[in-house]
Design a protein around this ligand. Structure first.
Ligand code: IPE
Ligand code: IPE
Ligand code: MG
Ligand code: MG
Ligand code: MG
Length: 294
């Protein structure tokens, strides 16, 4: 699979910053209403790393996909991700008061608003993907995002995560891998393959990249819960063990979890070899994922 003829890589930090400002500007353009529901939705999208949106834009760039079309898909995945976090933070789920250094939506407003903002972020994502700009592969993206988000994807992973808190026997490695693939991996996979889908190109290398990246990403999140600085991470830390969360860290310990994250990062980078140097930005993203402090 060759990259688009003019696809060149650039520093990851620059590419991520650009993705953040483009997605934020697009959010303001598409979701600018004064309605409190719109305000809560904007609040929920704002302030994150926007790594999933970046993956959409970068995989699109790699395949020469139109920037404006890719931006709709990038905002769509950030809406789904934001919805997943708003609901994840609710008292009936992880019960968190802080997200990205700010009060969670149910603390800033109330629980009803958090449920409803999450609901409307989800439907808004599909509205964005149905934009005519997306082109002939819209249905593939829509079906893929529904599958990655729902009953066999992120929501299913969240259900397994909550169920594991009260399981009588600890989850084994296969079960934790399945849980984390669903909870975190599916949305990352959709993001990283979106550019190939829009270009009607072979998705396989990006899927292999994303499968490894998604697991590495969640392991890094679980390590940050143990070792992270709450002020930098922007959310409460040292909660997972007490909550009985099933993670690579709970099963393998910190050192083995770090080794596994590093191996997965290397696998992610290797998967990109068909793209040559054009995929350097995505390789840097994989290195960032396991070394980040937030
Ligand atoms: C946090 O995701 C939730 C997980 C799936 C681990 P991020 O670390 O991408 O959160 P933001 O969007 O940058 O705040
Ligand atoms: C959240 O995982 C995953 C989703 C929202 C799908 P976590 O519960 O570990 O995420 P944080 O640590 O609250 O960001
Ligand atoms: Mg959770
Ligand atoms: Mg949580
Ligand atoms: Mg976590």
């Amino acid at each position: 699979m060759a990259a688009a003829a003019d696809a060149q890589s650039r520093p990851f930090a620059q590419a991520l910053k650009e993705a953040q400002s483009r997605i934020t500007a697009h959010m303001e353009a598409r979701l600018g209403g004064n309605d409190p529901l719109h305000a809560a939705m904007r609040y929920a999208i704002t302030g994150g790393k926007m790594l999933r949106g970046f993956l959409v834009l970068e995989s699109a760039r790699l395949h020469g996909v139109d920037d404006d079309a890719a931006l709709e898909a990038a905002l769509a995945i950030e809406c789904i991700h934001a919805y997943s976090l708003v609901h994840d933070d609710l008292p009936c789920m992880d019960d968190d008061d802080l997200r990205r250094g700010q009060p969670t939506v149910h603390k800033k407003w109330d629980e009803a608003m958090a449920v409803l903002a999450g609901d409307s972020l989800q439907t808004f994502a599909f509205e964005l993907l149905a934009d005519p700009k997306i082109g002939p592969h819209a249905l593939v993206l829509i079906r893929g995002l529904a599958q990655s988000s729902g009953k066999d994807g992120m929501v299913s992973g969240q259900m397994l995560d909550i169920a594991a808190e009260t399981a009588t026997t600890p989850l084994d490695l296969d079960q934790i891998t399945r849980l984390q693939n669903r909870k975190t991996g599916c949305l990352i996979s959709w993001s990283a393959t979106a550019g190939a889908v829009m270009a009607d190109a072979d998705e396989a290398p990006l899927r292999r990249y994303a499968d490894a990246l998604g697991l590495a990403f969640q392991i890094a999140d679980d390590i940050l819960d143990v070792e992270g600085d709450a002020a930098k991470v922007g959310k409460a830390v040292r909660k997972d063990a007490d909550a009985g969360k099933a993670t690579f860290v709970s099963l393998l310990g910190l050192d083995a979890a770090k080794d596994r994250a590093r191996t997965l990062m290397e696998q992610a980078c290797d998967a990109l070899s068909p793209y040559g140097s054009a995929a350097e930005t995505l390789k840097e993203a994989a290195r960032f994922v396991i070394s980040r402090d937030s």
